[in-house]
Design a protein around this ligand. Structure first.
Ligand code: SIN
Length: 534
């Protein structure tokens, strides 16, 4: 099964294709180069336009005095609500500090305390200050800047911007041996083409645009996970879409990417207030306003239901030097008519992060030979039912390096692709109703009836096919595939755990200490099975 597209008009080759230019893709590319492999790095928009640059809070790593990987592990497991794979968490927390040191060696500059040490702050779910940040609240932008400088200085990495990876190419043996790409380019690489390689690494980020309001940029339409699904790969934990508790609430009519108000603002002392000015998180969880983000998002949702208001408040007025510590947030608040130093910030939850994704092993290997996945597109099992704050940039650093090492040891020769004739393409006009249906029926809170209604809408929308291949139609088709996967898994999981909240099954259940694995076969049929958590 592939997306309907034009006949490829050009071909290029490299040892490894990396799709995506966020922390996961850039780290993988740089580490592949230390093994002397040639890399083709393709990115959907400009090279600096992915999700990474929007990351505010930072990178979690046990680097502070008295902190240990074991304590980081405990917090990660608590947030993951019983669904983390222990081995994946061990890798993340124990290899994390070294991965951060390597990032610093590559040129990333983190904020320092008055004594000249790296300044560490706290976010939801962490029992210690262990979040490194840069430029106050512009950590992702600094990480992106440093890695991009290294990548752009390496002649062994060919970069193609404005390149949407449409589908994986597979050989007769079933191994992924390249991708079809659509490039808005100049000169020889323009339109649909084929890039051939000995392996493909998908590091294409998240799927926040499945919902009406998200912290993710417009490019986050889940293209990488959808490509992997169509190639036959297993996906897991996709029902665990994390809703960030605090995005700046502007208007009900606002759709798409919304300004994030980092958890680090609460880490520095801001408090959540309801419409009666009550500090409602007190008593709800031992960590109160800094409880794991699923707990806070649910409580905010409850408070909004009680008051009938579309948002509540974050009071950051006691933070001294707000504009200096959080320059990005300050600027976006001011641009929206809110001065956070003198007034409360209206906030509401919005989709933020896919804790699940393409199921991979500890070296990023998917269930399809030759296809590796890194970062938000992957399900390593490190996040379980709810990713701990600031573990995502860390995951890209740690697993990007592991994938490069694994590929250096196991990279067969180039195989030739065979033609797949079954195609699908949906009309871009399905996107708006799809996002509305997902936010209403498969958002922060779901139930069997809301999910069935959403599935019915998705089935209706699948009839709106298109025979005009173009970016909007490929994105619409990818969003539809992922929305379907999310709703199917959310229906299956009849319990409440982590960021999956079922109003009709409000409790956690031991029966559900397993992950839902989904896949799509060559004829477009869905398959589902359960996998025991390791
Ligand atoms: C934030 O800054 O609140 C987001 C951090 C994260 O998603 O890990």
């Amino acid at each position: 099964m592939k997306l309907l597209s034009g006949t490829p008009g050009w071909t290029t080759t490299a040892d490894v294709i990396v799709i995506g230019s966020g922390v996961a893709g850039l780290t993988t590319a740089l580490n592949l180069r230390s093994h002397n492999l040639s890399v083709l790095l393709v990115t959907k928009a400009r090279i600096d336009e992915g999700s990474t640059k929007w990351a505010q809070g930072g990178i979690a790593a046990a680097l502070g005095p008295g902190d240990t990987p074991d304590q980081h592990k405990k917090d990660t497991l608590a947030a993951g609500a019983g669904l983390c794979d222990l081995a994946a968490v061990d890798v993340l927390v124990s290899e994390g500090p070294e991965a951060v040191r390597k990032l610093i060696a590559r040129g990333a500059v983190f904020d320092k305390s008055e004594t000249g040490e790296i300044a560490l702050t706290r976010e939801g779910g962490h029992l210690r200050n262990r979040i490194l940040h840069a430029g106050g609240d512009a950590t992702g932008a600094e990480v992106s800047r440093a890695l991009l400088a290294a990548v752009q200085g390496d002649p062994g990495i060919e970069i193609i911007e404005h390149a949407l990876a449409i589908d994986a190419l597979k050989s007769a043996s079933g191994r992924v041996c390249g991708v079809t790409l659509h490039v808005i380019g100049k000169g020889s690489l323009d339109g649909v083409g084929r890039a051939l390689s000995r392996a493909v690494v998908v590091a294409a980020g998240g799927l926040g645009q499945v919902y009406s309001q998200t912290t993710n940029p417009a490019v986050s339409t889940g293209d990488g996970v959808a490509l992997a699904l169509r190639a036959g790969a297993d996906v897991a934990d996709v029902e665990f879409v994390q809703f960030h508790p605090t995005v700046l609430w502007r208007d009900l009519a606002n759709r798409g990417q919304q300004p994030l108000i980092s958890e680090a603002v609460r880490g520095e002392g801001a408090i959540l207030l309801n419409h009666l000015d009550e500090q409602f998180m007190a008593g709800k969880h031992p960590q109160a306003d800094l409880a794991p983000r699923d707990v806070v998002a649910k409580e905010i949702f409850n408070q909004m239901q009680i008051s009938g208001q579309p948002h509540l408040w974050l009071d950051a007025r006691k933070i001294t030097d707000f504009a200096k510590r959080f320059p990005t947030i300050y600027t976006s608040c001011i641009a929206n008519g809110i001065d956070p130093t003198v007034e409360k910030i209206p906030v509401a939850p919005a989709s933020h992060y896919a804790s699940g994704g393409v199921r991979v092993d500890l070296n990023g290997k998917s269930s399809v030979a030759g296809l590796y996945i890194c970062g938000e597109s992957a399900c390593t099992g490190a996040h379980g039912a709810n990713r701990l704050a600031s573990n995502s940039l860390l995951e890209g650093l740690v697993f990007g390096a592991r994938i490069a090492d694994a590929l250096a040891n196991d990279l067969p020769g180039q195989e030739q692709p065979i033609e797949d004739t079954k195609t699908v393409l949906l009309d871009p006009k399905i996107v708006l109703p799809l996002q509305i249906a997902m936010s209403e029926g498969a958002g922060v809170m779901r139930s069997e009836s809301s999910l069935r209604k959403t599935m019915q809408t998705l089935q209706e929308l699948s009839k709106l096919t298109s025979n005009q291949p173009r970016i909007e139609a490929w994105e619409a088709s990818n969003l539809h595939l992922l929305a379907t996967a999310i709703v199917r898994s959310a229906l299956e999981r009849t319990e409440t755990r982590g960021s999956h909240w079922r109003s009709d099954f409000p409790n956690i259940s031991d029966k559900w200490e397993s992950r839902v694995i989904e896949s799509v076969d060559e004829d477009g049929n869905w398959h589902k099975r359960l996998e025991q958590v390791k």
